[in-house]
Ligand binder design. Sequence first.
Ligand code: NAP
Length: 348
Amino acid sequence: MADVVRNKQVIFKDYINGYPKTSDMLLTSDATVCLELPNNNNDGPLVLTKNLYLSCDPYMRNRMNKSMEGSYIDSFTPGSPVIGYGVSRVLDSSHPDFKKGDLIWGLINWEEYSLIKDTSSLIKIQHTDVPLSYYTGILGMPGMTAYVGFHKICSPKKGDTIFVSAASGAVGQLVGQFAKLYGCYVVGSAGSQEKVDLLKNKFGFDEAFNYKEEQDLDSALKRYVPNGIDIYFENVGGKMLEEVLRNMRLNGRVAVCGMISQYNLDQPEGIRNLFLLVMKRIRMEGFIVFDSYHLYPKFLEMILPLIHEGKITYVEDTVEGLEHGPAALVGLFSGKNVGKQLVVVAHE
Ligand SMILES: NC(=O)c1ccc[n+]([C@@H]2O[C@H](COP(=O)([O-])OP(=O)(O)OC[C@H]3O[C@@H](n4cnc5c(N)ncnc54)[C@H](OP(=O)(O)O)[C@@H]3O)[C@@H](O)[C@H]2O)c1
């Protein structure tokens, strides 16, 4: 007889407005799971996993809305577990691509064990000579986002000046390092002195500032990027975007990766200065990393040697225990995380 065990889960309670709270999610141990697949099932290929690491990502807030206009992804289902990227060990599988003992990363429920029916997002981990948690960040979705956003959308040229907002986060810290390796002049903004120090001393940014301490973002940008910005890697939106547009150079590019400052507002803010796109012949382009996963093998080929040679570094902010997942996720929206926020569910 296969073991049946309790399965701790984080349940999404109901759709929200405004800032998310830990109380919007509920930790339960009500569910049970059998640690072996049923012999005969008609559900198609299944993968049973033990979950090790969970990723906290800003887009998860958007899944807490009842509806998301034009979205590429569904809202969470009230009463069901929160869903996010994670790293897991396969305990049992009837899927031809995955076998017992494999490590995978992809979309999983926030729970200790998962019986995965929709296996379309799962990727088998082939390289284990790096920290496994990296597959929530540098070697996972945020890493791919930085890679595609910088190399494809920003159309960089050696010598360009790039400005990155939310620069010390999961995506931003990599964009800055990719840009440095490419030969760009790199400036970043972040929300604390600790983060600014990281940008300059660990990630090699040429300049960085704490946007929360600047009364006037336009004059801050003029001080830190006096010759203007060729590329803006946009993570935050709102006032920062308005002021960056004033400081862009002719033929600049704005890669719109995200706009975290807008995710908790009931009404999105308007953006002034858009006519500058015309005046300065700026290309502003949004992108979604999901469209580029076919580039993942190429990305790994590029990034693994850089990690091994110490040419790229990655800072993670780790909390231990599924029960701390909700607070870690909520913390993204006040900048509590320093680096890539992840949750350890089990160390195997
Ligand atoms: N397009 C895609 O496919 C894609 C994929 C992944 C991520 N993204 C987007 O990329 C951006 C960065 O994601 P990430 O995973 O790297 O997150 P992150 O930077 O690791 O964490 C979020 C950070 O955003 C900053 N922040 C929070 N609220 C803010 C506000 N109101 N105004 C300005 N900054 C705020 C905080 O840093 P500070 O302390 O510096 O304020 C916080 O630490 C997000 O907008 C996300 O939605 C897009």
